[in-house]
Design a binder for this molecule. Structure first.
Ligand code: PLP
Length: 386
């Protein structure tokens, strides 16, 4: 069924479109002047020395795993509560994702449990700033420094978020942003690696472009590379979207504030909790969660009923360790990461984008309030002997 209020929607203005058309009218559709211009804009926004634009967030994460020299059997500590690409990037290089369960309040990796899974084979930590809420990077960087581990930030959902005033992506050895149309800003498809390390930037530039050398010719390949290039059409879109990003983030924060206002007293759901004093969120999605006395079946019923009212919604995420091929490769079972599973079974992502109107937010909130009020919590059912 087609939802009349979508779950997400990119916001493209006439300026954005004009920028892309300008490229189409010129003669540099790829590797032209928009690529370095976009990379400079990303550097300025994040305050990093280098940015390497790539054709997806996933490619960016893959190249960061290579730059961190992850290979056969190296362990990388990450979260099972994420979009699958974060852990897949480790598998691309035959590394082993070592999952740490989440903090059920923030939905980010529980930093207090990182140290206990470190082994002699651990090489890196890959924290994910889930739903745009930054991880407590100070503690992650401390553990990493004590054990000489590389930190690569998956900031694909969090461009613009900050910890202690510092933009996410700039805190570890490298960070990755993604620009798929459901993210805070888009280039159609696309991503960017940011780093202060010259060597990482040089290597990523070469891998992105078929292993070509810095000044080498088109047919000289210094190493095994990929085609992870981002076209100038996408870069033009990125330049103009990035210019508008502060405004778009403010609009998203306003939508989140309206949801909070309308939903904080709905006792069946938990809304996104307040942030730690040092953290600034970049709103990616607005995800509420049913209280623990409700079940996955209740949540699925809520999604179905929202959709029947033409409201786009989703269950973010299916835990990575329970995806079929992870279960097959590593023998994961339900119950392995209880906090992740408890949260994942109950999440409801509501329509969320910067142009969502006040009346749409009201309609969604009122619908959710009515639908969850009709649920029967499990403890009442069991009290009745059902
Ligand atoms: C979107 C996303 C990615 C990957 O982005 P693509 O551009 O779709 O490849 C990686 N990690 C997380 C957490 C994401 O949300």
């Amino acid at each position: 069924m087609r939802c009349s209020i979508p779950l997400s929607s990119p916001h493209l203005t006439a300026d954005d479109i004009h920028g892309a058309i300008e490229v189409l009218q010129g003669s540099w559709l790829s590797l032209g002047p928009k690529l370095p211009a976009f990379e400079r804009a990303v550097c300025d926004f994040v305050g990093s020395r280098f940015a390497v634009a790539v054709n997806s967030g996933t490619s960016g994460l893959h190249l960061c795993m290579k730059a961190a020299d992850i290979h056969d059997g190296n362990e990388v500590i990450t979260t099972p509560f994420s979009f699958i690409a974060s852990a897949n990037a480790i598998l691309f290089e035959r590394g082993i994702p070592v999952f740490v369960d989440i903090d059920p309040v923030t939905y980010n990796m529980d930093v207090s449990r990182i140290e206990e899974v470190i082994t002699p084979r651990t090489r890196a930590i890959l924290p994910v700033h889930v739903f745009g809420r930054p991880c407590l990077m100070g503690e992650i960087l401390d553990v990493a420094a004590r054990h000489r581990l590389t930190v690569i930030e998956d900031a694909c959902e969090a461009i613009g978020a900050r910890v202690g005033g510092k933009p996410v992506g700039s805190l570890g050895q490298a960070g990755v942003f993604a620009f798929y149309p459901n993210k805070q800003m888009t280039t159609g498809e696309g991503g960017a690696i940011v780093t202060d390390d010259q060597n990482t930037a040089n290597l990523c530039r070469s891998w992105r472009n078929q292993g070509r050398g810095k000044d080498g010719s088109w047919l000289q390949h210094e190493r095994l590379g990929y085609n992870y290039r981002l076209s100038d059409i996408s870069c033009a879109l990125g330049i103009s979207q990035l210019r508008r990003l502060p405004g778009m983030l403010a609009a998203r924060a306003h939508v989140a504030a309206q949801y909070r206002e309308l939903l904080y007293d709905v006792r069946e759901v938990i809304i996104p909790p307040p942030l730690e004093p040092a953290a600034e969120i970049s709103w990616f999605v607005y995800v509420v969660r049913l209280q623990n006395e409700y079940t996955r079946e209740d949540r699925d019923l809520v999604l179905e009923k929202l959709r029947s009212r033409a409201i786009g919604c989703s269950s973010y995420f299916t835990p990575i360790h329970l995806q079929p091929f992870y279960r097959e490769m590593f023998g994961f079972q339900p119950g392995d990461f209880p906090m992740t599973e408890r949260v994942a079974e109950r999440t409801i992502a509501l329509p969320f984008f910067n142009q969502l109107s006040e009346s749409q937010i009201q309609y969604v909130s009122e619908s959710l309030r009515q639908i969850v009020a009709s649920l029967k919590p499990r403890r009442f059912l069991s009290a009745a002997g059902l």
